[in-house]
Design a protein around this ligand. Structure first.
Ligand code: P6P
Length: 343
């Protein structure tokens, strides 16, 4: 198959009317920034980029109250710097920053809002397990010159594009504009992303599930029942055996599902119920939901479609059930039925 570069693909998408020139430039810039993050991540111990940011007695903390890794800060800076000058953005928002970052006054502003988790799964960096970048693109509301957090609070259905880059054995970009989900693999010798899978379709049935089992005793009753049935396997009500994986890096777990199917769950549990969940809707759940739905999968909170939610805060958290459509529907049905039974 003749190799198609990301740039050629973007030109095809522009000719098809799926993206405009500004959005196409935005994706190119983000992809190039992620190549730089890949280089920094791949240096490992040799690059002085492992370990925590800040000093031993004063760790650098992000808005989430989490101690930042050096690579969290580095990858965040790479994305901010790369997107400042191109004229394609009105502002950025990041997991690592409390407030949106405006485009500096010396540069022209564009019509898009970019949100990202610059290095998702960063707790895995020091043990050399795959991490990644997740991003989502929204339209800047008409007439808004200095976007504030409220201007980012748009439902996932309004996303113009979403994607992730997984820094694994290969560096892989997965992207959607709402016309299918497509995969690009970085050709390190040439330095460009090359189309490796077009219009991906996830199997509707799953035989593999991803969840952090150590939280089991804290789950809601329908989740206890549902996972218990998966674990019961062939002898249980599901009549088949399931396999389990948990990388604790959403990008890696989701990429496995995009590649071979399966489901990923981060449900509510008693420890995180007060904060609404673990994963953030604006730059983790919504972009991943867009990618998964465009590949024929489903993404819910266990009760409703993630992309239909009206966000109420920039760093809002939600439960995440995503992956093979029919399996996500089973888990969601158990929760809706349990709610109904409670009246
Ligand atoms: P736990 C990483 O911190 C993350 O945000 C996701 O990438 C990942 O799926 C999840 O949290 C892991 O959570 O509770 O297993 O450490």
């Amino acid at each position: 198959m003749k190799s198609i570069s990301l740039i050629q693909f973007l030109i095809e998408e522009r000719r098809a009317g799926h993206v405009n020139a500004e959005l196409s430039l935005l994706i190119e810039v983000v992809a190039r920034a992620c190549k730089r993050s890949a280089v920094a991540t791949n240096k490992g111990a040799l690059g002085g980029v492992l370990g925590m940011a800040g000093s031993a007695d004063a760790l650098s903390m992000n808005i989430q109250g989490e101690a930042q890794k050096k690579l969290d800060v580095i990858s965040n800076e790479i994305l901010l710097e790369a997107n400042a000058w191109g004229g394609h953005l009105a502002a950025c928002a990041s997991e690592e920053m409390e407030d949106p970052q405006p485009i500096p006054d010396m540069y022209p502003k564009g019509n898009h809002l970019l949100l990202f988790d610059p290095l998702d799964g960063s707790s895995n960096i020091d043990v050399n397990i795959s991490v990644g970048t997740i991003f989502s693109v929204l339209r800047c509301p008409d007439g808004v010159v200095e976007p504030k957090a409220v201007d980012f609070l748009q439902p996932g259905t309004t996303q113009l594009a979403a994607g992730y880059v997984v820094y694994g054995p290969a560096t892989v970009l997965v992207l959607t504009f709402g016309h299918g989900t497509h995969e690009f693999t970085l050709d390190r010798e040439v330095g460009s992303f090359v189309l490796s899978r077009r219009d991906i379709k996830i199997p509707e049935e799953a035989t593999e599930f991803a969840i952090n089992m150590s939280n089991q005793r804290h789950w809601e009753a329908p989740m206890q029942r549902y996972i218990g049935e998966l674990l019961a396997g062939k002898e249980g009500p599901r009549g088949k055996d399931f396999n389990m994986r948990w990388v604790a890096s959403m990008v890696a777990d989701v990429h496995r599902i995009v590649t071979r199917g399966g489901v990923f769950y981060y449900p509510l549990d008693a420890k995180i119920k007060a904060q609404g969940g673990k994963l953030r809707i604006m730059y983790e759940a919504n972009p991943m939901a867009f990618i998964i739905e465009q590949a024929g999968g489903a993404a819910t909170t266990g009760r409703e479609r993630i992309m239909s939610l009206q966000p109420t805060a920039l760093h809002q958290r939600v439960p995440v059930f995503l992956g093979s459509k029919k399996e996500v529907e089973v888990a969601t049905r158990y929760h809706v039925a349990a709610d109904g039974a409670q009246g």
